[in-house]
Design a protein around this ligand. Structure first.
Ligand code: AMP
Length: 508
């Protein structure tokens, strides 16, 4: 056991005495037991300590998804470090920002990028650069000690930092969220309980591991329950469908479910062995939820969280998983809806700013005390930046990001309200509603619509439908048709890109 290291202790507890139990199976059939997994994690920790890591130092990693990367993450925790995963898609220019900002002691990168990134690391003051490939090869692997029998986890308590996770930055510069050992441990424990994870579970892990969803929700929850996972380098619809017969849980972003629904192989039989489908990181269309239920007989469980808070709410395991909602607050987590300007709590059913307080909420933004102060209320609630509404059964629905809120002629327009009406129109697949500069109203409403294949709708028809249903000021002045909406890797619609692209075409 790792008694002195708070998070490692939590992640190991369920597998103590079960060293032979399966932890991960790779697509080539290779397997890794819990004993082998933690042995490798300890060797990573030793290699990092030998490379000069001190308690509280940061280890940044921009590496492909591999089981060795999970070992590096756990090794960093065991060595008393702070793990910073970086999106593999970041360019050297983007990386420069993260390395300068987080000031990691050690940077692990893909061997093929070493020649470019070594000089970047030198220029940004990183002491040591190590490499790790998708196949688990590199100088980090070379540095793992052969014999590590006397390893002792570095002591860290619940308030020490375990990770820096940069916000996805869809609305501005990425900020480093400081997550403590207790933030991560409490959320993993809570999700394990709420979603009934056990030693019998087999998770299909197809998410990226530079994000809270794939790294913490998927990996920590599995470890915490002593479950196993089938570890896929990336999403692959056919493969996932074929793996369902030996798995029990899938965690995905909404796009996973949309893609799986496109397959003719999805049926009640295909999912017969699966006990749970979880969705998050972006809104799951109610339509997708319904189609999935009709075809498979199972209701997708949607949950809501973010980089800064881990998971906040979840639809119930037992009880109704309500399409279009993100469920109720997780145990021990308080969620309230407030007036955006005054911070006053609103009555149930009123739309407002979503605020969260609990053991899951991060410690602040790295080296941004002012920004941190702005985002917290004095009583400790974090202002998520999401706008939502809670019904009388405590189901939360997200209406949009506060930054996406459109103020047209002094009136608030919640994009989701307009999107829901558009999405409901026969022939519309999905839509995104944005605000663009307007000379009279400040902002004008504009809609970007994706039609179902083979459907032919035009702007005036959609405008006529909207006219029947919502007030004038909420109605899009222009409606554009596109083949698909721009999304980031986690499936979030990039509204900034849409604003940039379409504001120039706006006709008022
Ligand atoms: P990230 O920090 O990248 O995990 O993004 C967090 C943001 O994703 C949240 O603040 C929400 O705006 C959005 N999000 C996460 N889960 C959901 C969900 N189930 N439905 C709608 N939006 C979501």
């Amino acid at each position: 056991m790792y008694d002195s290291n708070y998070l490692a202790n939590h992640l190991r507890a369920a597998s103590v005495g079960r060293d032979d139990a399966l932890y991960a199976e790779m697509l080539d059939g290779t397997t890794l037991s819990y004993g082998e997994m933690f042995d490798a994690a300890e060797k990573n920790a030793s290699a990092l300590l030998i490379a000069g890591l001190k308690p509280g130092d940061c280890v940044a990693a921009q590496v492909e998804k591999s089981i060795e990367t999970i070992q590096l993450y756990l090794g960093t925790i065991l060595a008393g470090g702070i793990y910073l995963p970086l999106n593999i898609a970041y360019t050297p220019l983007e990386l420069e920002y993260f390395l300068k900002d987080a000031k990691p002691q050690i940077f692990v990168c893909d061997p093929t990028k070493l020649s470019i990134l070594q000089s970047l690391a030198n220029n940004t003051g990183v002491a040591t650069v190590l490499t790790l490939s998708a196949d688990g090869i590199g100088t980090l692997t070379d540095a793992l000690p052969a014999n590590n029998n006397n390893f002792k986890a570095v002591a860290r308590d619940e308030n020490d930092l375990a990770a820096f996770l940069y916000t996805s930055g869809t609305t501005g510069r990425s900020k480093g969220a400081m997550l403590s050992h207790a933030n991560l441990a409490s959320n993993a424990q809570s999700l394990k309980d709420c979603w009934r994870f056990s030693e019998r579970d087999v998770l299909i892990h197809a998410l990226p591991i530079f994000h809270t969803h794939g790294l913490f929700v998927a990996t920590n929850t599995t470890l915490c329950a002593g479950s196993s996972m089938i570890f896929m380098p990336r999403f692959n619809s056919d493969l996932i469908l074929s793996l369902m017969k030996k798995a029990t849980v899938l965690m995905g972003v909404p796009t996973f479910y949309v893609r799986l629904l496109e397959s003719t192989n999805l049926s009640r039989d295909t999912v017969a062995n699966m006990r749970l489908f979880i969705s998050g990181s972006a809104p799951l269309l109610a339509e997708t939820h319904k189609q999935w239920q009709a075809l498979t007989g199972t209701a997708i469980l949607e949950r809501y969280g973010m980089t800064e808070t881990n998971m906040n709410t979840s639809n119930p395991y037992d009880g109704e998983r309500r399409a279009g909602t993100v469920g109720m607050p997780l145990p021990g987590i308080e969620v309230r809806i407030t007036d955006q300007d005054t911070g006053k709590e609103l009555a149930q059913g009123e739309i407002g700013s979503i605020e969260v307080r609990g053991p899951n909420v991060f410690k602040g933004y790295w080296q941004m005390p002012e920004k941190t102060k702005e985002e917290f209320r004095e009583d400790g609630f974090f202002i998520t930046g999401d706008v939502g509404v809670m019904d009388n059964n405590n189901y939360l629905s997200i209406v949009g990001r506060s930054k996406d809120l459109i103020i047209s002629g002094g009136f608030n327009v919640y994009p989701k309200e307009v999107e829901l009406i558009l999405d409901d129109v026969e022939g519309v697949y999905e839509s995104a509603v944005i605000g663009v500069p307007h000379p009279d109203f400040g902002e004008g409403v504009l809609a970007v619509v994706v039609l179902e294949t083979g459907k032919n709708l035009n702007e005036s028809l959609l405008k006529a439908i909207l006219k029947e249903k919502i007030a004038d000021y909420k109605q899009p002045k222009n409606i554009y048709f596109v083949d698909e909406l721009p999304r980031n890797t986690m499936g979030k619609v990039l509204k900034n890109d849409l604003r940039n692209e379409h504001s120039a075409n706006f006709i008022n």
